[in-house]
Structure formats: structure tokens, C-alpha cells
Design a protein around this ligand. Sequence first.
Ligand SMILES: Cc1cc2nc3c(=O)[nH]c(=O)nc-3n(C[C@H](O)[C@H](O)[C@H](O)COP(=O)(O)O)c2cc1C
Length: 197
Amino acid sequence: MTLVTDLTSRKADTAAPLIDPLADRWSPRAFDPDAVVETETLRTILEAARWAPSANNSQPWRFIVARRGTEAFATLHDKMAGFNQEWADSAAVLVVNIAETVDAEGRDRPWARYDLGQAVAHLTVQAQHEGLHTHQMGGFDAAAIHDAFGLPESQEVVSITTIGALGDVDRLPEVLREREVAPRQRKTLGEFVTVGE
Ligand SMILES: Cc1cc2nc3c(=O)[nH]c(=O)nc-3n(C[C@H](O)[C@H](O)[C@H](O)COP(=O)(O)O)c2cc1C
């Protein structure tokens, strides 16, 4: 197994050419604990989410943004699974990704989580373009975060995105360091694409 130690590029070994932000995106655990994301950059990243497509243009995504050092950040960190707490404290920003699964008239929005995922994908690609990295997570107590931020029943906490600048891999605990430098793997296109006759 070849270990990759230069983490400035974990570029995807693609089977067809991709635009740079897609090929360059990967999910680090080693974030720079001193890096700050400028407000304008954060705005640009969220603007990318804003312009994502959604079912009937319902835009059922909601985001809570928490910078490192704030009470909101500490609350979120506290509700994460231990294996995420170990690395996520050095991210500059945490974004809670929330789906509004019921509209104002009480009707279900069956595509709300799908739309949220698409908005988050936009956000991650824009962040990459801005020279930052993102790492999404599902390992946290969603109900506790829902309560802590007083969210309504119609909203569901789905995931959290960490945003920050790449940090020093040697500062990670050994187990996480090993994962950080392991080769990136994907299924082949043939394993998940069926071409209709
Ligand atoms: C919905 C979702 C939940 C995830 N949950 C976690 C998590 O709890 N902890 C973690 O370290 N990574 C988590 N990840 C990151 C994935 O493990 C990662 O995206 C995947 O291994 C592919 O690696 P790459 O993003 O570097 O290409 C999550 C990603 C997504 C999209």
C-alpha cells in the first residue's frame, strides 16, 4: 500500500477529466487551528448553496454557521461523537446542515434532504475553489443539536460541514493520521452506472 504524505494534493485519480475543485476536493481531519475564514469568503461559500437547484424551487435548506471560539461552536463540538471531536475542534467554521422537511402549510417535502445535500455539495465545491477544505460528518447527536438551537419540528438536523484550511497531519492522533494518508478509493463507473439499451 502506497501512503501519500504530501497532503497538499490528494487529487482524485479520475477515470475522466474533472474541473479542479471537484478533483481536488477531499475531506481532511487535519485543519489549521489558527486559520480564520474571512466573512466575505464565507458569504461566497453560502451563496453557492443558495443557488443550488431544489424541488419546485422550495429551497428547503437551513444552515447554522458557527465559528471556532464561539459558544455555538462549543455547543456543536460537545454534541459530536468522540471520533469527530478529536479532529473537528481545529476547523475554522462548523455549518449545521438542516432540512425543512415540512412546509409552512404542513405538507411533507419528500425531496428536502436531497435538496439539502445538493446545496451542501455546491457549498463544498465553492469552498474548495476558495482554497479551503471541507469535511462533512454524520457522527453527532442530532436530537441534542435540534434542542440546543431550539429548532422547530419541521426542521431536521442532517449533517455538519467543517470548513477550514489544511493543517499539519502530524498533529493528529496516530489512528487518524493513518486514515489521513491512506490511498483514496472509489468504485469504478461500471459498478454503479447502467447504460440503458
Ligand atoms: C453524510 C456524510 C456523513 C459523514 N460522516 C462522517 C463522520 O461522522 N466522520 C468523518 O470523519 N467523516 C465523515 N464523512 C466523510 C466521509 O467519510 C468521506 O467523505 C468519504 O470517506 C470520502 O472521502 P473524501 O471526502 O476524502 O473523498 C461523512 C460524509 C458525508 C457525506
